[in-house]
Design a protein around this ligand. Structure first.
Ligand SMILES: Cc1ncc(COP(=O)(O)O)c(C=O)c1O
Length: 366
């Protein structure tokens, strides 16, 4: 059987606005080829920096556009990691965890529950005297859980950050990929640009192959990040940035978001319905947006046991342990991405997953 992948956070092909982007790419090369085909500023294509700056109410000099937002995280973490330990959510996006490990950073993980990051735990460690270089958080439609930090915790988090001088790195690639529910203010909106680095991306709102992400930085960090960008790639890829700017300028973002959110919502609904039928004894998050849901296995079943059976059954997912520092959790959980597979494949994927879960000897995690 062909494997159904619920593993990677990749958009379905029909989410990608290929024709519109082709027209935009041609238009910018014809109109502004001399600039976009040459070296340019390390911080990115000027008009796009201004577009992002206006959207977030800051000066364009505080915006650095990077080749994907993960690259921005690499620059930022490189600049900040020497300043102290780093706080992350548990579970959290696996790539930053590995990057921080590679930098030799000391990482402290704070639990996430149904309401997002447990801000009480943050208060405890700050009160005990921990002074982290920064807190890395994904407050909206988190990768990997799909959960969202609730309004009250957002306010408290921002208050704590101001009180203890904590820098927050808010990673928000999914905020606009909303299917329902009220729009939450970002931490950046609540706290302002001095307390929060805001990171986002056009990977989930337009196309990941563009590799366009950005940071909105406190004044004091701009030079460090810009220097890291210049010494990594001199100039980021300007053609995708200019193509994207043209796409935004023509007003294509909102209709594209409406279309992709509809496609993704159908997929989320298909997966939720199938799980209810196939794994009634499990528990999972019910994301109001984004790409992922988090599934807790029933009765102490270990994800390590399910992986191999799932692979033979023809379904792939990412084990929960990948989203925690080593040994810190995730043994009874897994992440399912509903962004790529079709509704029909999602339903079949849930059948195969249910069989893989039930086929195991049930034993308690240590
Ligand atoms: C939370 C989070 N941050 C950042 C990224 C990376 O995005 P980009 O494609 O802009 O590098 C992802 C991609 O899956 C993500 O889930």
């Amino acid at each position: 059987v062909e494997t159904i992948s619920l593993a990677r956070g990749v958009p379905a092909p029909e989410c990608l606005p290929a024709e519109d982007l082709a027209e935009c790419a041609r238009a910018v090369v014809e109109r502004d080829g001399e600039a976009v085909l040459n070296y340019g500023p390390a911080g990115g294509y000027g008009p796009l920096r201004e577009w992002v700056a206006e959207r977030h109410g800051v000066a364009a000099g505080r915006v650095i556009i990077t080749n994907g937002s993960l690259q921005g995280f690499v620059f930022l973490a490189g600049a900040l990691a020497p300043r102290g330990p780093i706080l992350v959510e548990a579970p959290t996006y696996d790539r930053p965890l590995r990057l921080l490990d590679g930098l030799g950073a000391e990482v402290f993980a704070l639990r996430v529950d149904e309401g997002g990051l447990e801000v009480d735990l943050l208060e405890v460690v700050l009160r005990q005297g921990l002074r982290p270089a920064f807190l890395y958080t994904i407050p909206t439609f988190q990768n990997p859980t799909g959960r969202t930090l609730d309004a009250e915790r957002r306010r408290r988090l921002v208050q704590l950050a101001a009180h203890y001088g904590l820098l927050i790195v808010e990673d928000d690639p999914y905020g606009l990929v909303r299917f329902e529910g009220p729009v939450m203010p970002t931490l950046f909106e609540l706290a302002g640009a001095e307390q929060v680095v805001y990171a986002s991306s056009f990977s989930k709102t337009v196309a990941p192959g563009l590799r366009v992400g950005y940071l909105v930085l406190p004044e004091a960090l701009v030079a460090d990040v810009e220097t890291a960008a210049a010494s990594t790639y001199i100039t980021p890829s300007l053609l995708p940035q200019a193509t994207l700017f043209e796409y935004l300028r023509l007003g294509c973002l909102r209709p594209n978001l409406d279309r992709t959110c509809r496609l993704l919502r159908e997929r989320r609904d298909a997966l939720l319905a199938a799980l209810a039928g196939e794994l009634p004894e499990g528990r999972w998050s019910r994301p109001a947006g984004g790409y992922f849901l988090w599934l807790e296995l029933p009765g102490g079943v270990l994800v390590a046991d399910v992986v191999a059976r799932a692979s033979s059954a023809g379904v792939a997912f990412v084990p929960g342990t990948d989203f925690f520092p080593p040994g810190a959790g995730g043994e009874n959980a897994l992440r399912l991405a509903y962004s790529f597979a079709s509704p029909r494949e999602l339903a079949e994927g849930a059948v195969r997953l249910g069989a893989a879960v039930r086929g195991g000897t049930l034993r308690r995690a240590a």
